[in-house]
Design a protein around this ligand. Structure first.
Ligand code: ADP
Length: 380
């Protein structure tokens, strides 16, 4: 998220510098006496300058007729031929025409009948002789990012408050049950579960922000997929044994990808953990590796509860859980698969899911293989 933040800051700084430069340029040109030739070169220069900006822009004359417009201004439907199509911009131009300062307006624009809404920020400045230069930036992505950030913080706050509230209540309940060892055991058990939930949550939030804020590929090293799977198996052996689940693991030891070994281990561990947690006692879980067309597939299968078809696209969203009540007992956070998705994407890969309710699930992490793509082996 920090990366996106920085990119947005850089992008908006570049836009502001470019717009300020354009504005200063035209202010200086405006000081000169006007004649029809300089008016023409004025609009010519305006056109050349707006064409190098990434923003939409156009120049209008005294009667609000559009003289030049960038393709993006036309594509957005802000102008058509010589006419300004947007009421907001028409009003803006009128107010900027006889003024010395830059006038600004923010407004929503619905694109076509489909209703895709864009958030635009328009600036207009008089460039002399009745001409007005209009520059329009599309801030939709920035606003979407801000909404995602706000939702994420609201979710984190809610998710953290839940176990903290439970821990407070349980500690009060324990005080009232000091003479009842059976009750004390029950409360201690619940306390442990809530503490584990809190700890999982904090760990996964930190991991998620690490994946999102760093450029994994710039510090990537060759990673042995066999070593990643072995480590992930080691981290899940306790929960697998607790449910008497046998993990059938078959994988080669000579398959490499470029990336971050610890993050890839977290991704595989999360898939194994889910496979175990959403299976019944004594069921089978499998992990295997296949290579094809320059890709490595790490495949985790289970015979567990499965995921309903209409929920499958959503399970990769942050904090999304199919069955919240079940998650209370597993200590799940709803962040595990979101992490798997981000880790896969940051390695130029992807994660896919095939699942049938009551039959089981198969998750596949596909990564670009490090090598010699001519080789076509399959290991299962
Ligand atoms: P959680 O911490 O709740 O397991 P995840 O992001 O790992 O969060 O998973 C999101 C949801 O997807 C889970 O709450 C669960 O309902 C479902 N899910 C994930 N893996 C499996 C699986 N192997 N079998 C069935 N359901 C699964």
């Amino acid at each position: 998220m920090v990366t996106i933040d920085i990119l947005l800051m850089v992008a908006s700084s570049v836009a502001v510098i470019a717009i300020s430069a354009t504005y200063l340029f035209f202010r200086s040109v405006r000081m000169r006496p006007s004649n029809s030739q300089s008016d023409e070169s004025l609009t010519d220069m305006a056109s050349s300058l707006i064409s190098v900006l990434a923003t939409a822009g156009f120049v209008v004359d005294n009667s609000l007729a559009v003289l030049r417009a960038t393709n993006s201004a036309i594509a957005l439907g802000l102008v058509s031929g010589r006419v300004i199509r947007s009421n907001e911009i028409r009003k803006l131009v009128r107010s900027a025409k006889d003024s010395d300062s830059t006038h600004e307006v923010e407004f929503e624009l619905t694109l076509g009948a489909g209703g895709d809404v864009r958030y635009l920020h328009a600036r207009a400045v008089s460039i002399g002789s009745g001409f007005v230069l209009v520059l329009v930036e599309d801030s939709t992505d920035e606003r979407d990012f801000e909404t995602i950030r706000r939702d994420f913080i609201a979710n984190v706050t809610h998710e953290i408050k839940t176990p903290i509230g439970a821990i407070t209540l349980l500690s009060e309940a324990m005080e009232g049950a000091l003479d009842d060892p059976k009750q004390m055991h029950k409360f201690a058990d619940s306390l442990r579960r809530e503490a584990r939930r809190l700890s999982n949550l904090v760990t996964e939030i930190i991991q998620l922000s690490r994946v999102e804020s760093s450029d994994i590929l710039s510090s990537a090293r060759p990673v042995n997929i066999g070593a990643v799977i072995r480590e992930a198996l080691e981290r899940t052996v306790v929960i697998a044994e607790a449910k008497s689940i046998d993990i059938n693991a078959k994988f080669p030891d000579d398959i490499f990808v470029m990336g971050d070994g610890e993050l890839l281990t977290v991704a595989v561990k999360n898939l194994l953990e889910n496979a175990i947690q959403y299976s019944d006692k004594n069921q089978q879980v499998g992990i295997g590796v296949t290579t094809r067309n320059g890709h490595v597939d790490i495949i985790v299968t289970d015979q567990g509860v499965g995921i309903p078809a209409d929920e499958q696209a959503r399970v990769f969203e942050r904090f999304y859980r199919v069955d919240e009540s079940r998650d209370r007992t597993t200590g799940g956070t709803g962040l595990g698969l979101s992490l798997v998705k981000h880790i896969s994407m940051s390695h130029r890969g992807e994660v896919t899911l095939f699942s049938q309710q009551g039959v089981g699930s198969t998750f596949t992490i596909r990564l670009p293989r490090l090598v010699d793509t001519s080789e076509e082996n399959t290991h299962e």
